[in-house]
Design a protein around this ligand. Structure first.
Ligand code: NAD
Length: 254
């Protein structure tokens, strides 16, 4: 099987990107890929300062540029300071990747007001306010990528609220794409299939046993698989792509 990390680099020299929630998992993979493509990257984290510093260290050791910036995306008042810090460090913003997201199993019986608020505060409100703050400074040619999930189109009764947030994300990808298109700012969704990350490490073997047989390409995803699609989405090769969500799932329908 080919190594997804062997994809050729794209040219993002001179571009500046924020990747929310990029201290680990898919976000870390995206941050490292965009840096390898030439972008200067803001590695955003909420609490995982050490892990974010390690991502920055890996990027700089490979000759890239990155800085770690703390901001809890579920807290409205911490969002503008993240954009301000980006402008202070790198002088501009070209790419926003809305990756930070939480996921919890639930059932109609176990949903609480708090679990609804926690999911929507980050996955939907945080993504929206980040997009608003970024859109105010993005130049023509800017790109916003929203990390969705295959569950937006094939939701599961084991995660009602998470699935609902990702359905909302896909709608926002369309509506933000429509509003920002006339400024030549593109908005692209990426919907991963099952990807082994820190977020699901506790049960990744059980998930893999369930999902791999349903995945035509016969393996779990890696952060690098998703990062390669983000690399395409933010590049000039995707100049005619906006307002839609691309499945990157090995053919898995959840
Ligand atoms: P993860 O839990 O491994 O990593 C999530 C990242 O977001 C971490 O760096 C975490 O520190 C950060 N984060 C959490 N709360 C935050 C907050 N309030 N503010 C800022 N950062 C915060 O998760 P992952 O599996 O890498 O998921 C990343 C994205 O991909 C999520 O949006 C998730 O819904 C989506 N996704 C994941 C999968 C999968 O199988 N792993 C599948 C489909 C979609």
């Amino acid at each position: 099987m080919s190594n997804p990390t062997s994809n050729p680099s794209r040219n993002l020299n001179g571009k500046v990107a924020i990747v929310t929630g990029s201290s680990k998992g898919i976000g870390a993979g995206i941050a490292e890929r965009l840096a390898r493509d030439g972008a200067s990257v803001v590695v955003n984290y909420a609490r995982s300062e050490k892990e974010a510093a390690a991502v920055v260290a890996r990027i700089t050791a490979a000759g890239g540029k990155a800085v770690a910036v703390q901001a809890d995306i579920s807290r409205a008042e911490q969002i503008q300071p993240l954009v301000d810090a980006t402008l202070r460090h790198f002088g501009r913003l070209d790419i926003l990747v809305n990756n930070a997201g939480i996921y919890q199993l639930d059932s109609l019986d176990t949903i609480t007001a708090d679990s609804i608020a926690r999911h929507f505060d980050l996955n939907v409100r945080g993504l929206t306010l980040m997009t608003q703050a970024a859109a105010r400074v993005l130049p023509a040619g800017g790109v916003i990528v929203n990390i969705s999930s295959g569950v937006a189109k094939s939701p599961s009764a084991q995660a009602h609220i998470y699935c609902a947030t990702k359905g909302a994300v896909d709608i926002l990808t369309r509506t933000f794409g429509a509003e920002l298109g006339p400024r030549n700012i593109r908005v692209v969704g990426i919907a991963p299939g099952f990807v082994a990350t820190d977020g699901n490490a506790d049960s990744s073997e059980a998930y893999a046993a369930y999902f791999v047989p349903k995945t035509p390409l016969g393996r779990v995803g890696q952060p690098a698989d998703i990062a390669a699609a983000v690399s395409f989405a933010v590049s000039g090769d995707a100049a005619w792509v906006t307002g839609c969500t691309i499945d990157v799932a090995g053919g898995l329908v959840f």
